[in-house]
Design a protein around this ligand. Structure first.
Ligand code: FES
Ligand code: FES
Length: 238
């Protein structure tokens, strides 16, 4: 208590305390909204703000432009899965060895674990989530379903994206390591089993659903695939 307060009567002190407390409460009430606003502003700007080391990039994914703040060292696969919630592309090896992360970049297949997201600004990226329309599966997805082209399904998004690219490559007259006549590239209707196996060799399947995968590609290519039972028999004989 100050000297001045000691000179006051108890009644005067009590009044002074009351006024002081009232002013504090009123001040707090006035200050509260502005404090809240300033906290909210900080939260909003913090979520949009670049953290040190990050840069803002725009990626065209499945027909939509997505803006994200990431470090330049982030791979496309991690950007898809961790930043954009597109978890269809799988992380198998993270070293370009299994194909589980395969996506399409400008229509060509690519391992998304081997490219940096920042390098893909301006390119059209298609992931497994972008293949089907609202009402219909992509024909390759249908073919995988109808030919048991998977078991656990972990490699399947990559297998399907690779198959979509494979069909386009054959359509464009590309040859492979097993094409016998390089001047006469195979067509979809005549694409052999060994061509399909070679062209899909960048995508591993730990469940070994390879017969179904080959049959699915054959169906998507417009061929009549062997029944799954027939392909199992064929592989056992072979
Ligand atoms: S996760 Fe990319 S190749 Fe295996
Ligand atoms: S279906 Fe299981 S890894 Fe291919």
């Amino acid at each position: 208590m100050t000297e001045e307060e000691q000179k006051l009567s108890p009644k005067q002190r009590s009044r002074r305390n009351f006024l002081g407390q009232s002013l504090f409460t009123a001040g707090a009430a006035i200050a509260a909204p502005s404090l809240l606003n300033s906290c909210q502003n900080k939260t909003v700007s913090a979520s949009n703000a670049l953290v040190e080391g990050e840069t803002m990039i725009g990626l065209k994914i499945n027909g939509q432009l997505k803006t994200l703040n990431i470090e330049p060292r982030v791979t496309l696969l991690d950007a898809l899965r961790e930043n954009l919630g597109l978890t269809g592309s799988k992380k198998g090896c993270d070293h370009g060895q299994c194909g589980a992360c395969t996506v399409l970049i400008d229509g060509q297949r690519a391992y998304s674990c081997l490219t940096l997201a920042i390098m893909q600004e301006g390119n059209e990226i298609t992931t497994i989530e972008g293949l089907a329309t609202e009402d219909n599966l992509h024909p390759v997805q249908t073919a995988f379903l109808e030919n048991d082209g998977f078991q656990c399904g972990y490699c399947t998004p990559g297998q399907i994206c690779a198959s979509v690219a494979l069909l386009e490559e054959v359509n464009n007259g590309s040859v492979s390591y097993v094409t016998r006549d390089l001047t006469n590239p195979p067509e979809l209707a005549s694409l052999s089993e060994s061509e399909i196996k070679e062209r899909m060799s960048g995508n591993l399947c730990r469940c070994s659903a390879y017969n179904g995968i080959v049959a699915a590609v054959q169906q998507a290519a417009g061929q009549t695939p062997p029944s799954p039972a027939a392909s199992i028999e064929h592989s056992q004989v072979g």
